[in-house]
Design a protein around this ligand. Sequence first.
Ligand SMILES: [Zn+2]
Length: 333
Amino acid sequence: MTDNFDSAVRYSGPRAQFASLTGSPLWGLSVSAIIEIFKDRGWTHNLSERLPTPFGLGPQLNHFTTPQGRDVIWIPSYGMVQDEEFFTHKMERRAFWLLWQAGVELLITGGTSGTADWRDPQGEDTVRPGDFVIPWSFYRDQDMVGTMPGSDMATGFLPRIALMGDPFCTSLGRELERRVNAGLVPQPFRRVHHPDTVKVSIHPPGGRGSFETDFEVLTWRVLTQLISQQEQCPHVMIFGDCISPILARQMGMHLVYYHIPSNWGQGHPATKAHLVDSLDALYLDVLPQACLNLEIDLLTGAEIPSDCACRDNLKSRPPVYMKSVSPATNSGG
Ligand SMILES: [Zn+2]
C-alpha cells in the first residue's frame, strides 16, 4: 500500500459491457427511486454495493440485467459519495477502475450546464437553456485526471497515448440525437444541437463548488465568437460537469455524452435573477424522468459501435519507451 493506491486489490464485482455514470440530470431523484424506475422497466436489480478499489472503497455500483439479458452497471452521479469527495482524482479513479475492471465498453454520461452562447439569446439556432446538446469537444481544466496508478495507464503517455480528436463517440452521439428527436423534442427539450450544426465544447468547473465568474463567461463568449468567424462554423462554450474523456479513451470505452444547458452562464446578458431557483424546478420536475428513460432505451438497444474513431485514437507507442523510465522495483526492468 502506498499513499495513493493498493495494487493488491482485486475486482470482485459483476461484468458488464454497458454502463451509465450520469450525474446532475438525475439529481431530482434519490438512488432508491432511480433503482425502482429501472425495475419498473423490467430490469432485474442484482446488486447495490460499494466495492473495494486500489484507491479506497468505491462508489455504489448497481448491477442490472435487462429483459433481453444484457448486463448493465449504473454508478450514481459520476461516482460521488455522500460526505466524501466530489470531483477529485481519487473519486474519478475509483469509479473508472470499477467500470474498467467490469469490462465496460459503452459508457453514457449526462450533465447540465450554463450556456455561454454569444449569439442572440432568442435566436432559433442559439444554444439555450432547455435544449439538448451533443457536445463536440471539451476544454481541459488543469487537474483533469488522465492516469491510473498501479496499472499500465500509470504514466498516461506509455505504452499508449490517447488522442483527443472526437472525445465523445460520434456514432453513439448520432444515435442519441435520433432518439431525442424522435421522442423528446419539442417537449421537454426545445431542440437538439449536434456537432454537424454547432460545435459545442464543455468547460468543466476549475474551482469546485461554484459557478463561473462574470469574466470567465464573458471571455468565452468573445473567444467563441472569434473562433466561429475564423472557422466559419458556430462554436459555443457551455460550463458544466465533464467526467474525464481521457480515462474513458485510455480504457478503450466509447463515451457518449449529453448536456442539458439549464441556465445562461453567470453574467450572461440573458441571465435572469434567482438563477438557482429556476435550476431547481428544471432538475426536480423535468430532467430526471426524461433523461433516465432515454438512457434506459439507449442502454437496452445500442450496440458497441464500430463506425467511429474512439479506438483508433488510442495509439500504441514503441515498447522501448516504457523501458526508458525507472523500473517499479529494484529487481524489475
Ligand atoms: Zn466510439
